[in-house]
Design a protein around this ligand. Structure first.
Ligand SMILES: Nc1ncnc2c1ncn2[C@@H]1O[C@H](COP(=O)(O)OP(=O)(O)OP(=O)(O)O)[C@@H](O)[C@H]1O
Ligand SMILES: [Mg+2]
Length: 458
């Protein structure tokens, strides 16, 4: 678990998200509290429940982004789900427990990836040997030269005792392979074909989990089919590395670590919480918002959910809920649920100064993204300060005049400004383009003149 201090966490978040200091501080404290909890002796530790958070704020101001970055920098299993996806048990739709199963799925793949990285070295060594087995004619069989791309089939049984001459050949071959001289050669390799039986079951809504179990069962009854494929040497090597690392990874161990990780440091991001708040309409398409809230209670409070990796306890999973809360207020949630989200923080709407900083400061800023994209075509692009100020100001104005979609407005504007250049870029290799204020005004001329038009275009 990450031992970053709240200050360090905020500093990390600052690299990607502008402003929203209150929300950043709150999630940083929540993170740190988990670390603190781990230091306490077990008896008291189990008593300390996470303080769940509600982030309130208009669309596109960084709610999801904060939670996502937080999870990434702490290496926590993180899953985002829209509260509106769920329906009350008994109706068609997803049941709320599925989010724990999804989180567990994420935890498992997270840990599995870590394990893969850990065993990569050994897997590579083993894969290299198997690759040489494929490349080397097995003992007793004479090499058949078939021109440059000659093919040897898989020597399934390792050759008994390599003679010194064989060993010499093997080493030579190894040198050739390492020097990349065999990259154009093909070998035949046995791979397991994907998509066994039972795939169709997945498609039934609400039955995913049953589908998974069925598939699991079926895959035991029908082992994955193996078939021979002829591939280039580097691809064969990658396939062999994968196969060897699967052998080295103990899945039971992975599952145990993942379950521990999910239970102790998992974060569930529950988006659109406001959409399930409020009084239920007697009629209408939404079945019962209150019903969904009631279904959520035990999970947020702490219960045990059955997943295909075993039982997962939800007591210490951190829930971060988010929503605009324009119409509904947190007090419109059923009281029991309100009580389970004791921390509230409001995110502020963004103004043109924020937009300017969003365009320039984050290390993944849009301006940097477009620059990198166009560079692939050999087109250099730079922006003047005035141009970016103009973009920020236009974003603010259009947000005010039409719908306030927050920082996402910058996406639509940037896309419009650079659309022509994007289209022509392949024919403009070598060009250097300076995006200045005139360029911006030129590209936005139609929407600036005809304000109504911006409703449709931006
Ligand atoms: N304060 C900010 N700093 C930097 N980028 C931001 C900020 N706010 C939003 N963005 C960018 O805008 C996009 C949308 O933000 P995000 O997904 O966090 O919105 P949201 O608040 O979750 O909105 P919604 O209520 O619609 O889900 C993201 O790509 C994010 O990078
Ligand atoms: Mg969001």
């Amino acid at each position: 678990m990450s031992s970053l201090t709240p200050r360090e966490i905020v500093a990390e978040l600052d690299k990607f998200i502008i402003g929203q200091a209150g929300a950043k501080r709150m999630v940083a404290i929540a993170m740190r509290n988990r670390w603190r909890r781990q230091q306490i002796d077990p008896e008291l530790r189990d008593e300390i429940a996470p303080k769940n958070i509600i982030m309130m704020g208009p669309t596109g101001v960084g709610k999801t982004e904060i939670a996502r970055r937080l999870a990434r920098l702490a290496g926590c299993p993180f899953f985002k789900v829209e509260a509106t996806k769920f329906t009350e048990v008994g109706y068609v739709g997803r049941d709320v427990e599925s989010m724990i199963r999804d989180l567990m799925e994420i935890g498992v793949s997270l840990v599995k990836q870590e394990e893969r990285d850990r065993v990569r070295g050994s897997a590579e060594r083993a894969a290299e040997e198997r690759l040489l087995d494929l490349l080397l004619p097995s003992a007793g069989r004479m090499p058949v030269a078939e021109g440059p791309g000659f093919v040897m089939s898989n020597a399934s049984a390792p050759s008994p005792e390599p003679s010194p001459r064989d060993a010499g050949t093997r080493d030579k071959l190894r040198d050739l392979w390492r020097a990349g001289k065999l990259d154009d050669r093909e070998v035949e390799i046995e791979v397991s074909s994907q998509g066994g039986p039972g795939v169709g079951i997945m498609a039934m809504p609400g039955m995913e989990d049953m589908g998974i179990q069925m598939q699991d069962m079926l895959s035991r009854v029908f082992p994955p089919r193996r078939k021979n494929r002829r591939v280039k040497v580097p691809e064969a090597y990658e396939l062999l590395v994968q196969e060897e690392s699967e052998k080295l990874i103990d899945m039971d161990n992975v599952t145990d670590i993942a379950r521990e990780r999910v239970e102790q440091s998992g974060i569930l991001f529950l988006d659109e919480l406001d959409k399930i708040a409020g009084k239920t309409d007697a009629s209408g398409p939404d079945v019962s918002r209150e019903g969904v809230q009631r279904d959520l209670l035990p999970i947020v409070e702490g219960c045990v959910v059955n997943t295909k990796y075993g039982m997962v306890k939800t007591d210490h999973i951190l829930f971060i809920a988010a929503g605009a809360f324009h119409y509904a207020k947190p007090t419109d949630l059923i009281p029991e649920l309100q009580g389970r989200f004791p921390l509230r923080v409001e995110l502020s709407a963004l103004n043109k100064d924020d937009f300017y900083r969003i365009l320039t400061e984050p290390r993944n800023a849009l301006t940097i993204q477009y620059k990198a994209l166009l560079e692939t075509e050999g087109v250099g692009i730079d922006y003047t300060r005035e141009a970016l100020e103009e973009i920020a100001a236009q974003a603010e104005r259009i947000n005010e005049e039409t719908e306030n979609i927050g920082a996402r407005r910058l996406y639509t504007i940037m896309e419009k400004i650079l659309a022509d250049l994007s289209f022509d870029a392949p024919e403009r290799g070598g060009d250097k383009v300076m995006v200045d204020r005139d360029y911006v005004m030129g590209q936005l001329a139609d929407v600036i003149e005809d304000r109504d038009l911006s409703r449709y275009i931006l």
